[in-house]
Design a protein. Structure first.
Length: 365
């Protein structure tokens, strides 16, 4: 891909800014158009998720996959395994694959496949966006619904037509531009509680995103434009822990009461990683089974969970020599491995299968 560079100087200190041309969203979609199978997969994923959030489908959502995708080949290997598992548990669970291409950083670090697809600091974002879209097309071709984090305000213009579920992260839930963007996204959006554990910022975000907004953004031709959204009624809360874990029954009840007080739907997804596992991947199964127990005890608000999982357990540092890196192992947060993931999902399926229809009928009544 040709790199068309321009240079400008701004500010009294003459800071150097180099601008590199990007293809527009419509140009990239022209290079990598969605086929009938992928379009149908995305639409069906959105339909299932909105039906679950509306309480018209009694199943449970499991958003599962790598913390981030750094190797599309390994991600597709994982997806092929997940597809078979999804079919086996589809009467009770809707499996949605994590396909995260952007990573927020507290300080510094690798920012994801879009920002730095070669993992070497070259930051060829045009190539990264192309690779991300190509990966989403292949995942959709397998028939899997896909989840991603909407971090950069412009990325969803390039990728959003291939995504069934989006998350707004703990560092950006409080951001007004992200709330405005979410109000115009054509899929359900989960808002994470703040890094300090504050759930009200996410609940405020749900309320804001449910309303119409007028804001600056980018149109399909890559031009700045005034955008007008109609509002997104399918926002929900993601509990990811903060100063302490918040997946326990007391924390869930507090979140429910706060949501009711703010007049937003009491739909909760529990993130089994991050603050809820103290970033110890071996604790993720314990978190998930605790949440399953809450369903068995009558909880109605928890609609699903998130799990960070890859082919191999743990995480690894990025190496200059890629051949020295472990295949299918995360380069960001540590994950549980595929064997543990499959066992965990099947165990949840066995325990929830006899309960969900009854839970749905009770809710509908």
């Amino acid at each position: 891909m040709k790199r068309d560079l321009t240079e400008t100087h701004t500010g009294a200190l003459g800071r150097r800014v180099v601008a590199e041309a990007m293809p527009s969203p419509v140009e990239l979609r022209g290079q990598l158009p969605g086929n009938a199978c992928t379009v149908a997969s995305v639409a069906e994923g959105r339909r299932m998720l909105t039906e679950i959030l509306d309480r018209n489908d009694p199943r449970w959502v499991v958003i599962v996959g790598p913390c981030s995708i750094h190797d599309p080949v390994a991600a597709l290997d994982y997806a092929q395994r997940l597809r078979q598992l999804a079919e086996d548990v589809s009467d009770t669970l809707v499996l949605v694959m994590r396909a995260y291409f952007e990573k927020p950083r507290t300080t510094i670090g690798w920012k994801g496949l879009i920002n730095d697809p070669h993992l070497d600091g070259s930051c060829r974002m045009g190539e990264g966006m192309y690779l991300a879209r190509d990966t989403l097309l292949q995942l959709g071709g397998l028939g899997l619904p896909v989840a991603t984090e909407a971090l950069d305000l412009f990325s969803m213009a390039y990728l959003g037509d291939l995504v069934s579920w989006a998350a707004i992260g703990a560092r950006t839930t409080e951001s007004q531009p992200h709330r405005e963007m979410s109000s115009g996204l054509p899929m359900p959006v989960g808002f994470k509680n703040g890094t300090d554990g504050n759930v009200e910022v996410a609940i405020h975000a749900m309320g804001a995103a449910a309303r119409s907004h007028t804001y600056l953004g980018m149109d399909e031709d890559g031009r700045m434009a005034i955008l007008r959204s109609s509002g997104n009624p399918f926002g929900h809360l993601i509990l990811r822990g903060g100063g302490r874990p918040n997946y326990d029954a007391v924390s869930i009840r507090h979140a429910e009461q706060t949501m009711i007080r703010h007049q937003v739907p009491a739909n909760i997804v529990v993130d089994c990683a991050h603050g809820n596992s103290n970033k110890q991947p071996q604790r993720q199964p314990l978190v998930m089974m605790d949440v399953v127990s809450q369903i068995e005890q009558g909880n109605r608000s928890i609609v699903g969970v998130m799990i960070e999982s890859f082919l191999e357990a743990g995480s690894q540092a990025i190496q200059p020599d890629r051949d020295r890196m472990k295949y299918g192992c995360s380069v960001t947060d540590a994950c549980i491995d595929w064997h543990t993931t499959e066992q965990l999902v099947r165990q949840a399926h066995r325990r929830l299968r006899p309960l969900l229809a009854q839970r749905f009928l009770h809710t509908a009544a």
